[in-house]
Ligand binder design. Structure first.
Ligand SMILES: NC(=O)c1ccc[n+]([C@@H]2O[C@H](COP(=O)([O-])OP(=O)(O)OC[C@H]3O[C@@H](n4cnc5c(N)ncnc54)[C@H](O)[C@@H]3O)[C@@H](O)[C@H]2O)c1
Length: 309
């Protein structure tokens, strides 16, 4: 199967590209390298086609998507705070971009869209299941709601199988320096000998899932025909940010670096935990990488190259 991936040079994309190459897929990547890096896909560069282009440009997307039977649309701007400052930019990249990918992917039999837990906003019920109301608190979250709706509407008219994966907090090697998630941010600071910064009192919880487990869900979304519609992708357990900071500093042998607390950021939700039973039922898979093991792998990747810190 020929698979077209947008954002394939990014954090999740590059890990997925390597897996799809191993599984024998023919892979084409479209990326404008705004946060993605060629180095992320270097080891498979000879086995894939890389098109430098922008999802906002239909011509670029059509060129790269030609003949693709499978599509994974990951390209997006992902910084919640920046989306508040630059909503129009986020709309252009995340919504117009999604429309272009749908327009261009005429031969697609399966279309997988990387959505986000940000579509839910403040939870009215925990754990959050897929039929929880969608009340995004940021333009970023709103663009994901719009993207999901476009994917579902095109699937209804064109008849392809569509899979929407609402990712919770994904962490792992290759996370972009610009928009590093909390895990990578805590790790980098600790490795520099600086204490982790916590916004709020640290009791807020997040649902962390290692990137290899996320990649497994994407790979299975291709392979398992009955997988269709919307799925939460997370571990299914909340970890408090204070606990995360402790585990990070302990893992890196710097327990004396006690977190610094700052005022909470507007729009941050208190608790976020996924109900993952639907994904488990249809994908037959539960995440395997324990937080402490995943953190060690991030630490190894960061320390192997000082430029990452
Ligand atoms: N990392 C997480 O915890 C998380 C959580 C929820 C959802 N997601 C979603 O997963 C997807 C991948 O996120 P990531 O963490 O790998 O981020 P990332 O920034 O590493 O990857 C995004 C990729 O898209 C590319 N890109 C951005 N704008 C583009 C454009 N206009 N044209 C072409 N390419 C463009 C970037 O260069 C990058 O390679 C995103 O859609 C994101 O919203 C991620």
């Amino acid at each position: 199967m020929r698979v077209f991936l947008t954002g394939g040079a990014g954090f999740i994309g590059s890990n997925l590209v390597k897996r799809l190459v191993r599984d024998g897929y023919e892979v084409v990547v479209l990326d404008n390298f705004v946060t993605g890096r060629l180095a992320n896909v270097e080891e498979v560069a000879d086995a894939i086609e890389i098109v430098r282009g922008d999802v906002r440009n239909l011509h670029d997307v059509e060129k790269a998507a030609k003949g693709a039977e499978g599509v994974v649309h990951l390209a997006a701007l992902i910084d919640v705070a920046e989306s508040v400052e630059k909503p129009r930019l986020y709309l252009d990249v995340n919504v117009q971009g999604t429309l272009n990918v749908l327009e261009a992917a005429r031969q697609a039999e399966v279309f997988i869209f990387a959505s986000s837990a940000a579509v839910y906003g403040k939870p009215v019920k925990l754990p959050i299941c897929e039929n929880h109301p969608l009340n995004p608190l940021s333009p970023y979250g709103a663009t994901k709601v719009a993207g999901e709706a476009l994917v579902a509407a095109y699937a209804a008219t064109r008849g392809f199988r569509h899979v929407i994966l609402r990712l919770f907090n994904v962490y792992g090697p290759n996370q972009s320096k610009t928009y590093a998630g909390v895990v990578t941010e805590f790790m980098r600071r600790t490795l520099r000998g600086e204490p982790p910064i916590i916004y709020g009192d640290g009791t807020q919880t997040r649902d962390f899932i290692f990137v290899d487990d996320v990649v497994e869900y994407f790979a299975r979304a291709f392979a398992i025909e009955k997988v269709s519609g919307v799925y939460n992708v997370g571990w299914g357990k909340g970890v408090s940010i204070s606990e995360l900071a402790n585990v990070v500093t302990l893992t890196l042998g710097r327990p004396e670096l006690k977190p610094v607390y700052k005022p909470p950021r507007p729009g941050d939700v208190k608790h976020s935990v996924a109900d993952v039973s639907r994904a488990y039922r249809d994908f037959g898979y539960r995440p395997k990488v324990q937080l402490k093991d995943g953190l060690k792998r991030v630490a190894d990747a960061l320390t192997s190259n000082a430029k990452n810190i």
